[in-house]
Design a protein around this ligand. Structure first.
Ligand code: HAM
Length: 431
């Protein structure tokens, strides 16, 4: 009986997984260079956490969460994003008492029950970073520059960072009223969803991808005209600092985000080639969130990238051959020696594959070639007899009788390879 994977949940096969590992390790290295440290938060939370943070009247909370009643009656949800969980953990462990500023990053699966299509899945992976404890524009700019660094490092062609200011609790109410006033005059043109949410959350109307709603809202007021002086100054400084650091940011006055916790700086990162799902990442400032989740009044700002979308948008990854040694034992006599040699080499940090001793040398060579091995270590009767392997350099198509006895240390063996004109293989996969 064939049982296929659940719709929108996909397998990541080894080739794609290699690419993901490259992207993930670039992001992790970058986060650490910016002095972020990793936090691992659970994939399930109380559903109320997301309603209180992302917002009751967002698509994510209204329609897309995987929510279920646990056996003890509590209502649990698979996390649709990481920020709420990081803030929950920050409050739960009183991290604000331990350090004035926390810079935390995370990587892992998120779940949203959206309609699956290219670059949009129901289980997807995010790489995210959050700064808690700083409200100055320099840190918003630092996050945006980090975004730019990642795009460059991954070779994302024509990546674009768009930003807007969403104002604060002082200036947004007037904008909300103006938007509401405008939307009421166009309610007949709005989709059912927007018409229903109109009074509750008019900002959501700016986020609707329905063509008629977009048309109806094209002339709507923009937040820029309602920003209070401190918000305006904050945004100008963010833009000046990112420009000074050499990152290009396009101001997009209609940009809003699909989550309600944002204030002031909000941004989205797009790349061509992704179809309708062109956002590879997004983020912004969320100053009221820590307090809304029961903590002190600590500001926050962050970003998250979608790994699947980064993988589509990133440039070519020229990986080093993943496999350094392929041990080719010929006949049952050689089997034990092959396993012993492989283990010792692996212990010294190189990657090794051992083939079955029952296959011919020719078929073993074919497989070594297919796996992209750098060297084949041939262990036949003759080699066992003299206690040393024959080394085939796969790139140069040359065989060398190795002078180092099998009983010697793997380090001596690797040294001997260098004497033969073979480079010492890099340690670790793909290094
Ligand atoms: P978001 O814009 O909802 O923001 O998601 C961030 C990124 O996750 C998107 O730009 C996209 O690349 C990816 N993504 C979202 N949904 C899907 C999906 N169904 N399939 C594939 N990829 C997807 C947040 O989640 C915020 N927590 C970001 C943030 C961090 N803001 C402040 N700190």
């Amino acid at each position: 009986m064939k049982i296929p994977a659940v719709k929108g949940f996909r397998d990541v096969l080894p080739e794609e997984s290699t690419r993901w590992n490259w992207i993930e390790s670039c992001a992790r290295r970058l986060f650490e260079r910016y002095n972020f440290r990793e936090i691992r938060v659970p994939i399930a939370e109380r559903a109320a956490l997301f309603a209180h943070s992302i917002g009751e009247s967002t698509d994510i909370v209204e329609k897309e969460m995987y929510t279920f009643e646990d056996r003890d009656g509590s209502v649990v949800a698979l996390r649709p994003e990481g920020t709420a969980s990081v803030v929950r953990a920050y409050v739960e462990h009183s991290l604000y008492r331990k350090e004035p500023v926390s810079k935390l990053y995370y990587a892992g699966p998120m779940f949203r029950r959206e309609r699956p299509q290219k670059g949009r899945y129901r289980q997807f992976y995010q790489l995210g970073a959050e700064v808690l404890g700083r409200d100055d524009p320099a840190i918003d700019a630092e996050i945006i520059v980090l975004v730019d660094d990642l795009l460059r490092e991954l070779g994302v062609a024509r990546g674009r960072i768009e930003a807007n200011s969403l104002g604060c609790r002082n200036c947004r109410p007037a904008f909300r009223e103006a938007l509401l006033g405008y939307a009421r005059t166009r309610v007949a043109e709005l989709c059912e969803n927007c018409a229903r949410r109109l009074e509750q959350n008019p900002l959501r109307l700016l986020d609707c991808k329905n063509a008629e709603c977009e048309r109806a809202m094209a002339e709507a007021p923009v937040m820029r005209d309602y920003l209070c002086a401190p918000c305006r100054r904050h945004f100008e400084q963010v833009l000046a600092l990112t420009a000074r650091a050499g990152s290009a940011v396009v101001v997009q006055p209609r940009l809003v985000r699909g989550l309600d916790y944002y204030c002031r700086t909000a941004f989205e990162v797009t790349a061509p080639g992704l179809g309708a799902q062109n956002a590879v990442g997004g983020g912004g400032r969320y100053d009221g969130l820590v307090q809304a989740l029961g903590g002190p009044d600590v500001p926050g700002v962050g970003v998250a990238f979608g790994l699947e979308r980064l993988s589509i948008a990133a440039g070519e990854h020229r990986a080093e051959p993943a496999l350094e040694f392929f041990v080719a034992p010929l006949g049952p006599e050689a089997e034990g020696e092959a396993a012993r040699l492989a283990r010792r080499l692996r212990e010294s940090g190189v990657s090794v594959e051992v083939e079955s001793a029952s296959r011919s040398l020719k078929s073993q060579m074919r497989r070594a070639d297919k796996l992209g091995a750098r060297y084949v270590l041939i262990l036949g009767e003759q080699e066992i007899g003299r206690g040393a392997v024959t080394v085939r350099d796969m790139a140069r198509k040359l065989d060398f009788p190795c002078a180092v006895a099998l009983s010697e240390s793997p380090e001596a063996f690797l040294r001997a390879l260098r004497h033969l004109g073979c480079e010492r293989p890099a340690t670790g996969h793909g290094a």
